[in-house]
Every structure is written in C-alpha cells, then in structure tokens.
Write a protein of this length. Structure first.
Ligand SMILES: [Zn+2]
Length: 511
C-alpha cells in the first residue's frame, strides 16, 4: 500500500514539475548526441536558454513540438563563414546551423566588429578571429583596418601586402594589430596565408608563438594550393605542422579539400601523422568541388598560374555564367575584389567526386561551409555584397551553393543517399568536433555541440528522409528544406520549416 502511494505521488510530482517547468518541449524525436552516444527516441525539455530535461517519457510545456519521425540534434557550428549578416544567417539557419564563426579570414578591429554585430537583429550566434591579412594590409598601406569585407576587397589591387616580407616597423605594426584583436576578445588568429603568400617564415612562426602565448588557435588557409611541387599544398601544410610542433600552438587547417585539390591523400597523411604524435593540429573541409573567392587573389597570379593550377578561364564562374580568358583578364585587372566561383574538381566525374568524399568523410575532418557573401551585379556590371534583410533573398543575388547547402548536403548525400557516414558521425563532424576544438580557449563552447541537460538550447529538428540542399552552382539562391525547427539559445530561429523573421536569438561568442 505504502509503495503504491509513493509511486503515485512521485508520478504526480513529476508530471507537476514537467507541466510547470518547461518553456518548450520537443517530444517523440530521435535524439542524437554524439558525445554520450545517445541515439534513441527521447523527449527534450527546455527552460529559458538551456536544455533542462531529456526524458524517456513525453514532457509537457508551454510550447510543444511533436518531432515524431524526425531527428533532434545539437545545432550545427560553422567554423568558417564569411557572411555574418541576417540574410547569410537565415540561409544557414534553414540547414540547422546555430553558430557561425568567421575564423579563417577574421576581421580587425575586433572590438568594433562585435559592437556593430550587437546592434543588429541576428538569429544565430556569431564570432570572429583577429585577421592577420587585415593587419598586413593596414601595416603595408599605413592605414587603419576597417572591420568590413570591402577593406579586404579594396586591397586586392595592391601587391605589396600580398608578396613582400614584412620588416622592422611594418612587421611590428602588423603583429601589434593582431595582438590587439586577441586582447579585444578575438577567437584566435585568422591566417589567410594563401592571400599573402609572400610573407616570411619568421612571420608565421611569430603568429604561432603569439597564439601559443594567448592560448588560442590559428586558423589557416595555407600558403599554397594544388599538387605541384615545389610550393604546393603539401609544402604549405608541412610549414603549418612544423610551427605547431615548434610552438605548441593549436593550428587549424581550413578547407583541406580546396587547398589540396588532387593531393588530398598526401595532405591527410600529414594530418594523421601530426595527430598521431599528439600535435594540436585540426582540420576542416566542405563537400563541393568548387571554391569561391576574390578573382584578384594571389593564388590566381604569378608565372603560368593557370598551368600550375591545371585550370582555365572556363573554370571560373561569375553569377550563373562561366568566363572567357578576356573576361577573366579584365576582371583581374579592373575589379580584383569581385567574388567568383572556381571549379577545381568536377563532382560529376567519379574520380573527382572520390577526392571530395575522402576529404569530408575522414574521421579527423570537421565540416565547415566557407559560406561566402551574397553578391549582386549593379547597372555597370560591378559586383557588390548584399547586406539587406529581404527574405527570401532578392532573386538576383548569388553566391556559392555551400552558403545555402553545405550542412544539408552532408545529411542528404553522405548520410541518406550514399550511406558514406552514419547519422551520428555526420552530426559529430558538424557540432561536437568544432565545439571540442574551441572549448579549451572559448569557454562558451563547452555548452555547445551537445544535446545534454545543462547545455545551451541550440537544437535542430530535421527530417532525415527529406532534408535537401536545394542550392546549385546555377542557382545557389535556394534555401535548404527539411529543417522543421531551429532553436538558438532557447528561441525559435526556424519554426514550422520557415525562417522566423524577427528572431533576435543570436549571441556573441567571444573570449
Ligand atoms: Zn579560404
């Protein structure tokens, strides 16, 4: 009798607690948490901005989401996103991304950048690293850095900061600017080395020492590209790994796929060996055979550069069209800051696709989109960055499909259609791994990338049977479909499969 009473009492008590406690509950979903290995039907209770319960029994709350037949996972963390305006974030939110970080390029000055972001209504968490290239441009041109992409674009017509070794005052000023970015809360040092490949070995070594001193990471787009020798991706990654070994700095390799191109097996071997020896080297990739960057980038210059990269003007795309040699020359000479898409592998060819596949499926590789700005052409054919808040995005803006599809493509192609990754492994690469890489020096990340009690309520609910990246090279301007709900800090960024237009749920991620 006594036992029955107490059992009844505890059921009453627990249902009373549930009724009162949760602001939002997500019931009946397949909850996947790669850190604990949980992959089962569970019911998730959210209180405020935190996950408050994960239960084997349905919960009740003020807002109830029925996730029957859907996957409930930690929101994805994009380490490599260049566009951090509301339009960029909505395209990311539609794929389940809850945190977008500008780590590869970074920005300067960092304090001013966070102040500007804080004034915007933004759905996703955001953060940035201190930009070495911005420091270099400022030091070589005797200017102050501006924390906007046009500072980098406008400098594309100048060669000194890209090709010259920094000495004396120039060197001191650029290092001081980077260090100031770290003291203002930057998430590490963005070393976009491929854009200023003329730097000296001592400079990269100094950056690594600075990162070690501040106990942060460097995020590097390595100095060289492709499989030729000397001065290919292999050499550039050896340089990076040497600096990690010599300084103890955490050093992250950005988009190993697009830097390695056809040499991905050799460069992944370097990463495996570095990691096997305990060096703090990490790596990311995106699931596409084309890149996107400014047409005046240093990688597209120098003696016989097309031959060296085994490419032609036909491989370059502006808007929805491929370029002729004359058009490419003209853009490089007159509008070097224009963003173009460069096709370096053909995903329709099985041999090329296998190179993309090995880069994103390797167990050490995290997924990061390298999402680029949305652009449009003005009346004079000049390409400008779209920073407005229209949704859907205006018909005439374009980007690389990865800006709207990288994470959804992993789930569609690699998990559902081709079975190259388990669901849990794909989620690990897109949420837990980036959180683990950052959490030792960015404490906020200890509560992200996990679907556990006490963690931040950054949660995606999606249908694995339908999730699809709709963005193509011909038309990148198509949001992904299949994400039903995205919570960021316990608030809705996506609800019933649609963007929440006034979502102000994003917060700064800052040291
Ligand atoms: Zn890059």
């Amino acid at each position: 009798m006594k036992k029955t009473l107490s059992l009844t009492f505890s059921i009453l008590l627990s249902s009373a607690v549930h009724a009162q406690t949760y602001d939002i509950v997500i019931n009946n979903g397949r909850v996947v948490d790669p850190e604990t290995g949980l992959d089962a039907v569970r019911h998730v209770g959210i209180h405020g901005d935190q996950i408050a319960a994960i239960s084997e029994f349905p919960l009740s709350g003020e807002t109830v989401i029925d996730a029957r037949g859907q996957v409930v996972a930690p929101g994805f963390i994009d380490l490599h996103a260049h566009g951090l305006n509301v339009g960029d974030m909505r395209m990311q939110a539609m794929q389940g991304v809850s945190t977008v970080l500008e780590l590869e390029s970074g920005v300067l000055p960092i304090g001013a950048w966070y102040d500007t972001q804080a004034k915007k209504v933004l759905p996703l968490n955001y953060g940035a690293a201190a930009a070495w290239t911005f420091g270099r441009i400022a030091a070589f041109t005797n200017t102050e850095p501006r924390a906007t992409p046009d500072f980098f674009q406008d400098a594309q017509s100048l060669d000194n900061w890209k090709q010259e070794i920094a000495y004396g005052e120039t060197f001191n000023r650029l290092m001081a600017l980077v260090e100031q970015g770290l003291s203002e809360g930057g998430l590490g040092i963005g070393v976009n080395a491929g854009y200023a490949p003329g730097y000296g070995q001592k400079e990269y070594f100094a950056l690594a020492k600075l990162a070690a001193e501040y106990d942060v990471a460097t995020f590097t787009h390595v100095r060289y590209l492709g499989d030729h020798q000397p001065n290919g991706a292999f050499d550039a990654m050896q340089e990076l790994i040497a600096n990690a070994a010599l300084t103890g700095a955490r050093m992250h390799i950005c988009h190993i796929n697009s830097n390695s191109v056809r040499d991905i097996h050799a460069t992944l071997d370097l990463v495996e060996r570095a990691q096997a020896r305990g060096l703090p080297v990490t790596v990311e990739a995106y699931p596409y055979g084309a890149g996107n960057t400014v047409v005046g980038a240093a990688m597209f210059s120098g003696e016989n550069w097309q031959e060296r990269l085994n490419t032609t003007a036909q491989a370059f795309q502006l808007g929805d069209r491929r370029l002729t040699e004359d058009e490419l020359d003209d853009l490089q000479a007159n509008e070097p800051g224009t963003f173009i898409t460069w096709h370096f592998l053909d995903e329709d060819q099985p041999e090329d696709l296998s190179l993309v596949d090995v880069s994103v499926t390797h167990p050490s590789v995290m997924i990061a989109s390298d999402a680029v700005f949305w652009s449009y052409l003005d009346d004079n054919g000049m390409s400008l960055i779209y920073e407005g808040d229209e949704w859907p995005l205006p018909d005439d803006v374009f980007s690389h499909p990865r800006s709207a599809g990288a994470f959804a493509k992993m789930l569609r192609s690699y998990v559902r259609e081709r079975g190259l990754l388990s669901l849990s492994e794909a989620i690990r690469k897109m949420s837990l791994m980036p959180a683990q890489m950052l959490e030792e020096f960015v404490p906020q990340m200890q509560r992200k990338g996990r679907l556990q009690v006490g963690m931040d309520a950054d949660i995606v609910v999606f249908d694995l049977a339908t999730i699809t990246d709709n963005a193509t090279y011909a038309n990148a301007n198509r949001p992904a479909t299949g994400v039903q709900t995205l919570l960021v800090n316990g608030g809705f960024a996506v609800r019933d499969g649609s963007v929440v237009l006034d979502a102000d749920t994003g917060r700064a991620i800052r040291r």
